[in-house]
Write a protein that binds this ligand. Structure first.
Ligand SMILES: [Zn+2]
Length: 150
């Protein structure tokens, strides 16, 4: 299974390639270049687009998507004081739904790697960590089905 992405500009992170291409096999980039492109099972040619590495989000709290809009004008500590009692009642399903929204937003903005600094595990609310892992696996499965190249 191979895939070739041709783009008007390929940004590699260290340089730019005009009218470049990215060759992917079994989900791994095996070659980047310009000029005559290697053959591939699937070719996407986007001469008016930029291809670039996925962005990295090194710090997130995905469960907080469930309470977006709470205390919008408060200071950090006003916000935290207002929300800790709310977060103390979250459960796995709330975390799952919030994580889906957070991960979808990240993917739609070009982020392909993220961490979740989840630290709220209320007593008597099992399965929160599992919900996060299952949600990330669910989105990877969807991406694989949609892209068929990962
Ligand atoms: Zn933080």
């Amino acid at each position: 299974m191979s895939f070739l992405l041709k783009a008007g500009l390929v940004y590699t992170g260290t340089g730019e390639i005009q009218n470049g291409w990215v060759h992917v096999r079994h989900g791994m980039i095996i070659e980047v270049g310009s000029g005559p492109a290697p053959s591939a099972g699937e070719v996407v040619d986007e001469p008016n687009c930029v291809a670039m590495p996925g962005l990295v989000n090194a710090h997130d709290h995905m469960y907080q998507w469930a309470t977006r809009g709470y205390v919008p004008d408060g200071t950090l500590f006003e916000w935290l004081r207002a929300l800790y009692p709310v977060w103390a009642r979250i459960d796995a399903e709330i975390v799952r739904v919030a994580a889906r929204a957070a991960m979808a937003k990240l993917l739609l903005s070009g982020c392909t790697l993220s961490t979740d600094h989840h630290y709220v595990f209320p007593r008597g609310k099992p399965g929160i960590f599992e919900a996060l892992v299952e949600t990330s696996r669910e989105l990877v499965r969807i991406l694989r089905e949609e892209a068929k190249v990962l």
